[in-house]
Design a binder for this molecule. Structure first.
Ligand SMILES: [Zn+2]
Length: 133
């Protein structure tokens, strides 16, 4: 089990992003012959939550990561409409936070003071999805 500290949202941009050269078409031979496509040009980009994208498994021992999903004012876990987590990861985060709180690693009614200045993964004022109610 690797222990990531926190994940930085700014550090995610793929370095050296360049546009791929289009090599979908074969220009040799008859122009009426069927076009050979390498891969599906209409393939959708896979939508993944921030934890799935980095392959991070939330763990009760990694309190710093769990604190990033905790409100600094109430100590409650932010909802999925704010964090943008998928159902599995959100349930996992909630489970691990409860585990960490029961083990005494993590405060219950506020965010740990030493993690207050950690980078924010989302804006609580601007939900990524509308609330389900
Ligand atoms: Zn996910």
């Amino acid at each position: 089990m690797t222990c990531h500290g926190y994940i930085n949202k700014a550090g995610q941009a793929p370095a050296g992003a360049s546009f791929p050269v289009l090599k979908h078409y074969t220009t040799t031979g008859d122009s009426n012959s069927p076009v050979q496509l390498k891969d599906n040009p209409f393939a959708k980009e896979k939508v993944q939550c921030i934890l799935c994208k980095h392959g991070i498994n939330p763990d009760y021992k990694n309190v710093q990561l769990l604190s990033q999903f905790q409100s600094p004012y109430t100590g409650r876990v932010y909802g999925r409409h704010i964090t943008g987590l998928c159902k599995n990861r959100h349930a996992q985060v909630e489970r691990e936070i409860i585990k960490a709180q029961n083990a005494g690693f993590m405060p219950t009614y506020h965010k740990a003071v030493e993690f207050l200045n950690d980078p924010k993964l989302f804006d609580p004022e601007k939900a990524v999805r509308p609330h389900k109610y």
